[in-house]
Design a protein around this ligand. Structure first.
Ligand SMILES: Nc1nc2c(ncn2[C@@H]2O[C@H](COP(=O)(O)OP(=O)(O)OP(=O)(O)O)[C@@H](O)[C@H]2O)c(=O)[nH]1
Length: 338
């Protein structure tokens, strides 16, 4: 995201600013300018106390100036629990903490010690989370000593919300709400690289609904859609936080299990198989068995110059064998079964 900075690193002049007739009035003049700014801004002194809290900042946060001026309680306007603002980090020379506190997007360092960072803020008094872009500009005295920091804020909540909605559309499957094929491909590649770096195993399950063509024929396409949604929920219900379940295509799902051995993957696969069976979705004909799935599992310890497609091919081959052996079962790679 590009940033048009609304303030710049500022050195107090030796001579009064234009418009200030007596020495010392330049501060009052600068103060008035900030007050009139339509952009939310506040200024902290060298001890992190609020010197200026302009009207736009009061509107944005729902906190009037008299509540924060002279205090270091400004964080309460933005967060539910104690946390440094960007201006605090600059004043306290804690800029090495910025990436940790603003993980959404790395902070950008600009000329003259200015910093730009963005994050979601709780905004307890405004009553609604907002996505704020902050620019923090240090102010030095004539001797070059840091005496204050101006923080200006831009509310990009609408833009961020639209961006997230678009990302959601681009990565989710419309029918089941699971990750889509594109998201699966990207995640598998990222997890493959991570497993290579960390020398950990990576497991994959391919889950395919049995005799689904016949199910569609018996229950209609809409009935088939409902069935896929129920199965998607059941599979997702077996996942841990770092696993990813995706709709791989038609009536096929894929499950990525980072740092999971084949033995662990086989246990997850069996849980998924049993859970779908327990849904007791009526089968393709009256009196026929319930809807079931077949699952192929594979595990790899990635080595340099190998590709994640090997894992997909191995899991696919195992799935094919599970189908061949009569469906409603899990199958492991041949070498593991020998
Ligand atoms: N309702 C519905 N059906 C789908 C969807 N995507 C794919 N299908 C159907 O899934 C069926 C898959 O059929 P096949 O590939 O022959 O496999 P199968 O009948 O499940 O047989 P096995 O996989 O061998 O057990 C096809 O009839 C597709 O039309 C979908 O989004 N909704």
């Amino acid at each position: 995201m590009t940033s048009t900075s609304t303030s710049s690193a500022y050195r107090l002049p030796d001579a009064p600013l234009s418009g200030a007739s007596q020495p010392g009035q330049e501060h009052a003049f600068a103060h008035q300018l900030l007050e009139m700014l339509v952009i939310p801004a506040f200024v902290l002194d060298a001890r992190c106390r609020v010197m200026v809290w302009n009207k736009a900042c009061a509107r944005l946060t729902g906190v009037p100036a008299y509540e924060v001026l002279g205090t270091s309680e400004h964080w309460r306007s933005f967060y539910d629990s104690p946390r440094a603002t960007l201006a605090d980090l600059v004043i306290q020379d804690r800029t090495d903490e910025i990436d940790q506190l603003y993980p959404d997007q790395p902070a950008r360092y600009q000329a003259s010690g200015m910093l730009c960072a963005q994050n979601w803020c709780d905004m307890p008094r405004a009553g609604r989370r907002r996505f704020l872009v902050a620019d923090a500009s240090p102010i030095f005295d004539a001797a070059g000593k840091l005496i204050a920091v101006v923080e200006t804020l831009r509310d990009l909540t609408d833009e961020k919300t639209a961006q997230l909605a678009l990302e959601q559309l681009a990565t989710r499957d419309g029918l089941t709400g699971l990750a889509n094929r594109r998201c699966f491909d990207d995640t598998l590649q990222a997890e493959w690289m991570r497993a290579l770096r960390q020398q950990q195993p990576l497991s994959l399950l391919m889950v395919d609904v049995d005799n689904f063509k016949a199910y569609n024929d018996a229950h209609g396409h809409l009935g088939g859609d409902e069935c896929l949604k129920r199965i998607a929920l059941a599979v997702a219900g077996e996942m841990r936080a770092n696993d990813l379940v995706a709709r791989y295509g038609g009536e096929e799902f894929a499950v990525i299990l980072p740092n999971e051995s084949l033995k662990g993957a086989a246990i997850v696969a069996e849980r998924i198989r049993a859970r779908v069976e327990q849904l007791q979705l009526p089968g393709r004909r009256a009196g026929c068995q319930h809807v079931t799935v077949s699952i192929g599992a594979a595990t790899a310890l990635p080595a340099p110059n190998t590709e994640s497609s090997v894992l997909v091919a191995t899991a696919d081959a195992a799935l094919y064998r599970a189908k061949h052996m009569g469906r409603n079962r899990i199958s492991l790679p041949l070498a593991e079964q020998a």
